[in-house]
Design a protein around this ligand. Structure first.
Ligand code: PLP
Length: 426
């Protein structure tokens, strides 16, 4: 790593826990100190030492149009000159809500918040308030932000009550969270048999991206839709990653399954801090001030965030970017697979649209256990070689890579060539 990044990281660690404002950034999983980024444009990043990188993190998903997209920058400049926050209703918020309702099939009403964490936390509160029940079901390896109820890992298998995934999460709260293996309807059936009348909601990443990309089995999401309906529980799709990523209407449109509530984030902020949750008018009417379930935000619907997000969504709504992203992602991931095979390295590639993961694993990888069976040491070496060659990947073996419209075929070709060298060195 460059000297300037190195000394910045050292200084950062004296003032910020671990030197970072979000843990994965520190690069612990790959044993490499992080480059400190100074600027970005299109699909490229530059660090403080002047190194250039091709970016496949895309800010963990939001930058689907690439960094500093000219239309988004223009909209932000315009908004900036009108003041940055009023704490009062604006026209931009109405336009934002309207475009989300038009694009996401199951959403009739939506509330803006400031992060994905806030979106899932609020959706869980709404589901509990709406049903009068307390338990929730989530899936191992699905990440829904860091709210207490969702920071639960249940290593001990089917229908076991959750144990806190972090010190500081009260046991009394974690016990209401049941964590089950993804893609396994049997576990869900058993949990509903045992706890059916107590279950407020099932929350799921319909296309998990936080254990690496996992492809949902044909009948899994449909199974969740049916069993929740049968038992009077709500189905919450956490589309913070998949929303506007796998298509204009997210995973719910792709698989034609209507959840009761949808959580959004990442792309809807166009690179600014935004989240949202929405659903039917009937359920959303439970929120204050229309109903009595409380949730609020000083900066919610912030005009800068709305300007960046709205501009991004308007471009995505035209629809042309999705076939383009599909072609680019297919080129990238099939190229990676070929290079790995040529080098005799066993990999499994999971991809939907422009989100994909390469697991050092014979596969198939259908759940968290499958993802965890990957060779972490091979990933570390691969990561180091790629970074050295100017390819910036998420510093963890269990993350997705994202493409943007700014990734050109030339850049993708360069990435595949770098990967061939990396695989060859393993
Ligand atoms: C990123 C993410 C979140 C949390 O969003 P933040 O903006 O980081 O709080 C929630 N759910 C999923 C699926 C995510 O990928």
């Amino acid at each position: 790593m460059g000297e300037i990044s190195k000394s910045l990281f050292q200084k950062a660690r004296t003032f910020i826990p671990g030197g970072v404002n979000s843990p994965v950034r520190a690069g612990k999983a790959v044993g490499i100190d992080p480059p400190f980024i100074s600027k970005a444009n299109g699909c490229l990043l530059w660090d403080e030492d002047g190194n250039e990188y091709i970016d496949y993190v895309c800010s963990w998903g939001p930058m689907i149009l690439g960094h500093a997209h000219s239309e988004v920058v223009q909209a932000l400049e315009k908004a900036l000159r009108s003041g940055t926050s009023y704490g009062a209703p604006t026209k931009l918020e109405v336009e934002m809500a309207e475009i989300i309702v038009k694009m996401v099939p199951s959403i009739e009403m939506v509330r803006m918040v400031n992060s994905g964490t806030e979106a899932t936390m609020s959706a869980i509160r709404l589901a509990r308030g709406d049903t009068g029940r307390e338990k929730i079901i989530k899936f191992d390896g699905c990440y829904h932000g860091h709210a207490d109820s969702l920071l639960v890992s249940a290593g001990s298998g089917v229908a076991t009550l959750g144990i806190p995934g972090s010190p500081g999460v009260p046991r009394d709260l974690a016990k209401h969270t049941i964590s089950l293996p993804f893609n396994d309807m049997n576990g869900v059936d058993q949990a509903f048999n045992k706890f059916g009348p107590e279950i407020a909601a099932v929350i799921v990443e319909p296309i998990p991206g936080n254990m690496g990309v996992i492809v949902p089995h044909d009948d899994f999401l449909q199974g969740l839709r049916e069993i929740t309906r049968e038992h009077g529980a709500l189905l919450i799709f956490d589309e913070v990653i998949s929303g506007f990523r796998v298509g204009p209407g997210g995973a719910q449109e792709l698989y034609d399954i209507m959840p009761d509530l949808t959580c959004l984030g990442k792309i809807i902020g166009g690179g600014l801090p935004v989240g949202a949750y929405g659903g039917s008018k009937e359920i959303m009417a439970g929120m204050a001030p229309e109903g009595d379930i409380y949730q609020a935000g000083t900066l919610s619907g912030n005009p800068l965030a709305m300007a960046a997000g709205l501009t991004t969504l308007k471009i995505l709504k035209r629809g042309e970017v999705y076939p383009e992203l599909e072609n680019k992602a297919k080129m990238l991931f099939s190229g990676l697979e070929k290079s790995a095979r040529a080098a005799g390295i066993a990999v499994t590639i999971n991809r939907i649209g422009s989100m994909g993961s390469l697991f050092f694993n014979n596969g198939p990888v259908n759940d968290f256990a499958g993802a965890k069976a990957s060779d972490v040491n091979l990933f570390k070496k691969y990561y180091g070689s790629m970074l050295e060659q100017g390819i910036y990947l998420a510093p963890s073996p269990f993350e997705a890579s994202f493409l943007s419209t700014a990734h050109s075929e030339g850049v993708i070709q360069r990435t595949i060539e770098a990967a061939a060298i990396a695989f060859g060195s393993l």
